[in-house]
Write a new protein. Sequence first.
Length: 349
Amino acid sequence: MKRLNKTLLTLSLTGALVIGGTSFTSPVVNAVGNGPNYNGNEQVNTSILKTYDEMVNFLEKQEAKQDQMELEVIGQSMKGRDLYLVKYISNPDNPTILYLTQQHGNEQLTTEGALEFIKHLGTGKTKGILDNLNVLIVPMLNPDGAMGDVDFDLDDYIADGDRHLTRYNAVGEDLNRDHVNKIFPETQALHNNVLSEYDIDYMIDLHHQGAQSERDGELVSGSILYPTTENADPEVVHKSKQLGAVVFDEIDPTGWGHLGKYNGGSAETISRNGIAVEYGISTLLFEMRGMSDHFYDSYVLGQKSNGYLIKQTVNTLEVTARAISDGSIHDKDVAFWDTLQTQTTRTAE
Ligand SMILES: [Zn+2]
């Protein structure tokens, strides 16, 4: 009976999309923000997401193909999985950006997007971008959570498929609350072998948030925020805001993208704040809409949005790399932050 209801609801949703599809300006068709929703009536299957082993295989193949790319193991997860750093260092004097994905294991589309970006760096698609920029990428910092290989029960998680994905690491701890004490091997690998090792100017920390956040009455495709601890250097924060301006100007006007300001706190246990203070790195948090799996219905997003969200990630990485490489980031006006609305959560009808 439950399955029948699902089918009927999916059919009626599809019908609505076809009617809306007659107009290109229809937000129903174009905006991730008004795209498909889980709500128990759309398919969410984790088998379409790359496994950890598939990711490693992909990275090794790209390294063999790409002269400029270097793959390094920076440590191991609690369950012994190698953690990877992808490096493109053309000149140590160039500015350097770090892209970090999947500190939270159930926020996987950011990793899928980062892998696509890595592929582009090996082709003509991003020609010239690496001449004046070093790129570091840490994909899937929490592979145990991403593979559901954890010491706690995931039976109440929603998604179908070969595995469940969870936010937490193998012992149920949140890596993005560990950036001061650095207790866990995943966080230690990032700090000891990446953040302390390279002269990094910028970082984007990529996540997924719940599926019901909205700005100006429309569900968002994501939200962004700079460091908000008072201990961060004002110049570091200004450059973070410029990084955010590059992202906003790329994504928000697309029609399918709609960004809000993330409602985040000042705790330095979180990478956005802690890494800005400890290393003087200009950080940006980017939270994409909806998670790949969760026990909480309103956090999970149906997989029909995957293409847009991966594209949102790829475009974000490419445009920020380009803006730092050609220096245009330094001309970015940060005034939009003063009027960008903080997202709110849509309440169930
Ligand atoms: Zn997250």
